[in-house]
Design a protein around this ligand. Structure first.
Ligand code: DGT
Ligand code: CA
Ligand code: CA
Ligand code: ZN
Length: 603
């Protein structure tokens, strides 16, 4: 049952753990694993069908990596990885996400101070022990303490960044779908609502034979430790320490179950109140008529292993239970997309105007932040990147490789002009897709941008974003962004804060001032669909929507395999209640191109 995605996950974990083991991300082994990971990620056929000698012919795979891939396919495990997992348990690995704590420092802290997890590190910072270590000082100690606070990494309620949780859920749901008795399977909970961090993954399965599902889950490759397992519910921990709850329900109760387990808790409470007002009850089994003998309306038991035992004599009538749409409908509500279910006014809205104007994936007509091999960190050729955009059905595409100010990754003016010629050539092969020669401009510490003003004005389209200087004051960062926004060659602002969720805190800004500037200069605010970023965040998007700031949803793809990020971007936009009409890349080509011309001319 191994798939390409499992192989990618295995190699990714080897990269992380070997980086710790060898105390460098540049060691020969780490780079070999990483190259192999990229190779498998771009491999379009089923890699698990290849024998060892065939694997060795794949570009990027060597002897050591190919044999580990075969080991995974044949045994479901990799001995080397198991060994590394023992030496570096999840709590310890989590420390490597803290900025300023490299693998060398981490192992030194473990050896000298016995630091095994975030709580240990926090205590050592408080006791001023870190500054006593070689190469460390009071300043670096203070920085680490601050990063722990800002990343919210402390204590028992450690949460997993969505980028780490989503692939686990996708792999598991895929495998569950493949089982014969399974009619449907879906991840629910905070993950389906597109929360930035995930407490645990909740998976709901509709099946006619729960026992086979539970067996498959218990023996699944993602399972490192079973927490509890019964007839219809299994909870387990992954090797990274992430908990997964899998619940099986009857197909006719699937909608009620996904609704309940998607939450949020507050959303559920408000829905249930609405049901009660209509004289009904809502629980994870359905929307039902109040039973004749009705003692209370308290919470139904969540996560129970067996359905309630109704005596057939007074079995209550089921009003709706198979689909979420039916249940919302019966409650007099239009369907509420999962990312909006936070109990922040969505039910009132569903009862009145509804969400017909909400942005949907099907509305998207172009991608306006998009890299090719012209960027140092781009991994696919211009021709290939354009081809997959055409295949995705886009009408227009802005190719925004990095400007010259970004070390290693950027291109100077001469290179950019050659790049323009290449794009023009490739344009001939794609009459239905308008290619824009664009640039991702780098916003420097004070808001300055790449090239000179005249050269920047040549680009068909630009996105300007922050890639460095994360530690300035709020006032400086705000000024910096406003300076970039006011530049007449800037069409949009990319990944607003530069954060990596759970790994690197973004710049701190005065959101109101920045939104005001975006509004004033008619510059679009990006929602970056990379799960590591989801930036601007949904709460900022919602404030932008209230003001009428224009939005753009992008993948920021650096490889042909990354276009699926658009869906995550759209869901983040929905979480911020974004209407389609504010999102410039939902517009028809002519309207979009006219806007680019107009808003530049107006400045
Ligand atoms: P998380 O896991 O902390 O990121 O957040 P959730 O929202 O996934 O929360 P979780 O896993 O505890 O529960 C999943 C869903 O189940 C939750 O969103 C709503 C529902 N649920 C859980 N406990 C309760 C409860 O006590 N009352 C109600 N109404 N719903 C609950
Ligand atoms: Ca959860
Ligand atoms: Ca849960
Ligand atoms: Zn980019």
């Amino acid at each position: 049952m191994t798939s390409n995605r499992d192989v990618v996950a295995m190699l990714g974990e080897l990269v992380t753990l070997t980086t710790l083991d060898e105390e460098s991300s540049q060691s020969f082994k780490v780079r070999a694993y990483d190259n192999a990971r990229l190779a498998v990620e771009s491999y379009t056929a089923d890699i698990t069908k290849l024998e060892l000698n065939e694997l060795l012919e794949v570009n990027g795979l060597g002897k050591a990596t190919a044999s580990k891939i075969r080991e995974l396919i044949e045994t479901g495990q990799v001995a080397k990885l198991n060994e590394l997992r023992k030496t570096y348990p999840p709590d310890f690995v989590a420390l490597s996400r803290i900025p300023g704590v490299g693998p060398k420092t981490l192992k030194m802290m473990r050896k000298e101070l016995g630091i095994e997890n975030v709580d240990d590190l926090r205590a050592a910072v408080a006791a001023e022990q870190i500054r006593t270590l070689p190469r460390m000082g009071a300043k670096s100690e203070e920085k680490i303490g601050k990063a722990i606070d800002r990343l919210g990494l402390s204590g028992k309620d450690r949460r997993t960044p969505i980028a780490d949780a989503m692939p686990v859920a996708e792999r598991l749901v895929d495998d569950l779908h493949a089982l014969d008795s399974v009619t449907d399977a879906m991840w629910c909970g905070s993950l389906r609502r597109m929360s930035e961090t995930i407490g645990d993954i909740d998976i709901t399965v509709a099946a006619t034979d729960p026992a086979t599902v539970m067996n498959a889950v218990r023996s699944h490759r993602e399972v490192a430790e079973i927490v509890v397992s019964g007839e219809t519910k299994t909870s387990f921990l992954t090797a990274a320490g992430l908990q997964v709850d899998v619940r099986v329900v009857a197909p006719e109760q699937f909608g009620a179950a996904t609704l309940y387990f998607t939450g949020s808790k507050q959303h559920n409470i408000e829905l249930r109140q609405r049901a009660i007002k209509k004289g009904w009850l809502l629980n994870e089994y359905g929307l039902i008529e109040k039973p004749a003998i009705d003692e209370d309306t308290k919470d139904s038991p969540s996560g129970a292993d067996t359905p309630p035992e109704d005596s057939p004599a007074n079995e209550p009538a089921v009003i709706a239970s198979a689909s979420e749409v039916d249940i919302y409908g019966a409650l007099g509500l239009s369907f509420i997309p999962a990312p909006m279910r936070e109990g922040t006014g969505e039910i009132d809205r569903a009862a009145s105007d509804g969400f017909d104007d909400l942005v949907q994936r099907s509305h998207i007509k172009g991608d306006l932040h998009y890299h090719t091999a012209q960027s140092g960190d781009g991994r696919s050729s211009v021709a290939d990147m354009v081809q997959v955009a055409a295949d995705a059905g886009h009408q227009y595409l802005a190719i925004t490789d990095h400007g010259e100010d970004l070390p290693i990754n950027g291109s100077n003016a001469t290179e950019m002009l050659e790049h323009r010629d290449l794009i023009a050539k490739i344009q001939h092969d794609h009459p239905d897709l308008t290619l824009l020669w664009g640039c991702e401009l780098n916003i420097d510490a004070t808001g300055g941008l790449d090239y000179d003003d005249d050269f920047r004005a040549l680009f068909d389209y630009t996105v300007a974003s922050v890639h460095s200087h994360f530690d300035q004051s709020v006032a400086k960062q705000t000024e910096r962004l406003v300076a970039a926004i006011s530049d007449p060659t800037v069409d949009s602002i990319g990944h607003l804060t530069g954060r990596y969720i759970g790994r690197r805190p973004g710049i701190e800004i005065d959101v109101d001032i920045v939104l005001e500037a975006l509004m004033h200069f008619d510059v679009a605010l990006e929602i970056n669909g990379s799960l590591n970023r989801l930036d601007a965040a949904s709460d900022v998007v919602r404030r932008a929507v209230e003001r009428g700031v224009k939005l753009v949803i992008n993948t920021d793809s650096h490889h042909t395999s990354e276009l699926g990020r658009m869906e995550y971007g759209v869901q983040t936009a929905q979480r911020g209640w974004a209407p389609s009409d504010l999102v410039i890349n939902t517009w028809e080509r002519d309207r979009f191109l006219a806007w680019v011309g107009e808003h530049r001319a107006d400045r």
